[in-house]
Design a protein around this ligand. Structure first.
Ligand code: SAM
Length: 374
C-alpha cells in the first residue's frame, strides 16, 4: 500500500509566483498546491493513503419509519428539522463533490424516502447523470415508500436500489423493525421491478433471529432476480435494551452453512466497499458478505459519508469529522466548501477498528448507522 507521503511528490514544485525576465510576476501562471502538494483545481480527491475518493453517501434525514432492533432504540430523539441542510443545500454539497471527482452518489438515512419533497433532490441531482459527470445515483431504503416512488426514481435516473429485508416472515419482520409490514415492502419491491430498477437486498445476519432463514433468502432473491448482501451486525449507536453480543453472528459461519446447499463461485466483482462477492451457481445471482468485524476492507475504501446536518465522516468507524455546513453557509460561492472538503479528505484515516467481545459490549462508535447513513 502507498504510504502517506507517497503521492506528495508534487510538493517539490515551488509555490511562488512565476517571474518573467522583466521581473513582473504572474501569480495566475503558478499552479496553486494545497498542503498535501496537490493542485487545488484538480478534479480528483486523493487521500493520504493514495485512495481516490469517488463515492459519497449522504444521509438526508436521521428519521425513519422503522426502528430496527440492531439500528435504533425504541425511543429515539431525532434532530430538530431546523438543523438539517435544506434540499437546495444538499444539492450544493453533492454537486461540489461531483465537481471534485465523485462518480457515485447514494442517498440514505434514516429512511431517505420519508424526507419531505425528497424527489426534488433526486431530480436536481439527476442533471449530473445527464451531463455524464456522475456515473450513478442510487439509494438505500427500507422499501416502505417504494410503491409510491419507484417510477419517479427511475425517471430521475436511478437504476438500482438497495432495499433492506432481514426476514420473509411477516411477524418476525414486524418484530425486527418494531413497526414495519413485510407486505408493504414486498409490494414496493414489485413496484421497483416493474419500474425497471435493479434491486439488491441487504440482510443483517442476526443470531437466533434470521439465521435459519438465510437459505430461503438466497432462494427468494434468486427467484426474484435480486442480488443479496448479508451484513454482520456493527457496533454502532446505543440500541437501548438490545444486546449486540446476542445479535452477533459471524459471517464465516453463515457462509459455511450456505455452502451446504449452494455452490458459491468466487467472483472478482468489487465495489470498492466492504462487500466481498460470490456468485450463487444455482441462481446465477451475486451474493455479497459484509464482514467489517472479521475482515479489514479499508485498504480499498473509496468513500466518505455526510450526515443530514452537513457533517462529513471520512470513515464509518471513526469519530473524526469535518463540518461542511459552516463553509456552505459562509458564502454563496463554493470555494470555502470545496476547500473544507479537500481538507477533510486530507484527514481520511487509514481504517477503523470495530470490536465486539465480552469486554467491549458497548458501541465502538456512539452515533447510529442512521446518522452516518448505512
Ligand atoms: N432506512 C434505510 C434502510 O433501511 O435500508 C437506509 C438506512 S439503514 C441505516 C442502511 C442499512 O444499514 C440497512 O441495510 C440496515 O440494515 C443497516 N444497518 C443499520 N444498523 C446496522 C448495524 N448496527 N449493523 C449492521 N448494519 C446496520
Amino acid at each position: 500500500m502507498m504510504g502517506p507521503g507517497s503521492f506528495r511528490g508534487k510538493a517539490a514544485i515551488p509555490m511562488f509566483p512565476t517571474t518573467t525576465h522583466s521581473g513582473a510576476t504572474f501569480p495566475e501562471c503558478a499552479t496553486i498546491f494545497n498542503a498535501a502538494g496537490r493542485d487545488a483545481n484538480e478534479k480528483s480527491m486523493i487521500d493520504p493513503f493514495g485512495r481516490t475518493i469517488t463515492y459519497l453517501r449522504v444521509s438526508v434525514t436521521d428519521r425513519c419509519d422503522f426502528r430496527c432492533v440492531y439500528c435504533m432504540a425504541e425511543e429515539m430523539n431525532f434532530l430538530p428539522k431546523a438543523e438539517l441542510l435544506t434540499l437546495e443545500e444538499l444539492d450544493r454539497v453533492c454537486s461540489a463533490f461531483v465537481r471534485l471527482g465523485v462518480k457515485k452518489l447514494r442517498l440514505t438515512g434514516g429512511e431517505p424516502l420519508v424526507r419531505r419533497n425528497i424527489m426534488t433532490l433526486f431530480r436536481m441531482l439527476g442533471r449530473h447523470l445527464a451531463s455524464g459527470e456522475l456515473a450513478e445515483l442510487t439509494l438505500t431504503t427500507n422499501g416502505s415508500q417504494l410503491v409510491r416512488y419507484a417510477r419517479e426514481l427511475y425517471e430521475c435516473g436511478v437504476r438500482r436500489v438497495n432495499v433492506s429485508v432481514d426476514t420473509l416472515d411477516p411477524a418476525k419482520f414486524t418484530a425486527i423493525t418494531r413497526r414495519g409490514h413485510l407486505e408493504t415492502v414486498l409490494e414496493g419491491l414489485a413496484a421497483a421491478k416493474a419500474a425497471g430498477l435493479a434491486v439488491k437486498i441487504n440482510t443483517v445476519a442476526l443470531r437466533g433471529v434470521n439465521e435459519d432463514e438465510l437459505d430461503d433468502l438466497v432462494a427468494w432473491t434468486g427467484e426474484e432476480g435480486f442480488d443479496l448482501v448479508v451484513i454482520e451486525v456493527m457496533p454502532m449507536g446505543d440500541i437501548g435494551g438490545e444486546n449486540r453480543l446476542e445479535q452477533y453472528l459471524p459471517l464465516s459461519l453463515v457462509r459455511a452453512r450456505l455452502q451446504r446447499r449452494w455452490t458459491l463461485d468466487e467472483s472478482d466483482y468489487r465495489t470498492g466497499g466492504p462487500a466481498r462477492y460470490v456468485t450463487v451457481r444455482e441462481t446465477g445471482r451475486r451474493l455479497g458478505f459484509i464482514t467489517p468485524l472479521t475482515h479489514n476492507f479499508c485498504e480499498s475504501c473509496n468513500r466518505v459519508r455526510m450526515t443530514c446536518t452537513g457533517t462529513l465522516y471520512m470513515c464509518l468507524g471513526q469519530e473524526d469529522a469535518a463540518d461542511l455546513r459552516a463553509p456552505l453557509r459562509q458564502s454563496e460561492g463554493d470555494e470555502p466548501l470545496e476547500a473544507a472538503i479537500r481538507e477533510a479528505i486530507d484527514r481520511k484515516p487509514r481504517g477503523h477498528d470495530f470490536i465486539i467481545d465480552r469486554r467491549h459490549n458497548r458501541p465502538a462508535v456512539a452515533r447510529h448507522m442512521s446518522v452516518t447513513g448505512g
